[in-house]
Design a protein around this ligand. Sequence first.
Ligand code: ATP
Ligand code: MG
Length: 320
Amino acid sequence: MSDIRLEGVTKRYGTFAAADQVDLSVTQGEFVTILGPSGSGKTTLLSLIAGLNRPTSGRIFIGGRDVTNATAQERNIGLVFQSYALFPHMSVLENVLFPLGVRKIGGAEADKLARDALKLVRLDGLEARRPSQLSGGQQQRVALARAVVFKPDILLLDEPLGALDRKLREELQVELKQLQRTLGVTTLLVTHDQEEALSLSDRIMVLDKGRTQQVAAPTEAYLRPANRFVAEFLGIANFVDLPDGRQGVVRPERVRLAGEGQGKAARVIEAIYLGQMVRYHLALDDNRSVVVAVPFLGTAHAPGERVSVSWESADVWPVT
Ligand SMILES: Nc1ncnc2c1ncn2[C@@H]1O[C@H](COP(=O)(O)OP(=O)(O)OP(=O)(O)O)[C@@H](O)[C@H]1O
Ligand SMILES: [Mg+2]
């Protein structure tokens, strides 16, 4: 069953299309990430699905029901934005109770739901605090608890971890994934962090200039990008000529690095340590550059060293 369905959704501001003929089907319980550069229309799409904004044309269905003209309240959607937007004068518990009050749920039932939601995000014990007495990560957990407390059919997250430092972001990514799995809630996440998208999602949707470039499983989009834009947006792409005149893309992890004389001759320009991996920026003899990523095993090639590279034709994906 399709839980969210967009059919030809377009949002125009004057002649400019912030969303341009977007089609998407998200199934019940699925986690889909919308990925794209700044201004590509990610927030526009979420706000159209949430009912905060109306499309110029196209239809939006939730749970099979046409909600194109329904209000935000009629859609039962949990929302989290990049700025946590907690109520500063309310306690943590009051913040989480708020959406229940809006839905006329009160008393012991509301209290139990709110405390359960706070337990789910591991904030039990901090109910009486004000948002200003919490860390950024804790505030973001309150925002998550507030978004899921009323058991929404759909969770829409617009860069919810964007304001957090890298380590905290990685911790919360894991928690977010677990929360989503526990609740089984259909989730659309917006991010411009490629790694976040690749690691969290069942599928990703890549947007550029309001248009869908590809909707696919993360590994599929990474290894078999629909076009050059997706290839370059989802990480480092080596472009190589194919026998038929087209170009192909091969990822750095798929390039084999060997000593001199065992493939195409190359020279090390730069070696970059990434912890478990080393990334080499190499120049081929025709001056074309190739990027290779290999596990770091204690020693590395130095800039200026002669090496060689090769790749399997099966690891080269044709792009347009
Ligand atoms: N109310 C508006 N009036 C005119 N143009 C708008 C309006 N809202 C958004 N836009 C334009 O629509 C485009 C898409 O905006 P949107 O906020 O969806 O981008 P985004 O992908 O979320 O970007 P970011 O990663 O920076 O958040 C942008 O070019 C933006 O300037
Ligand atoms: Mg945005």
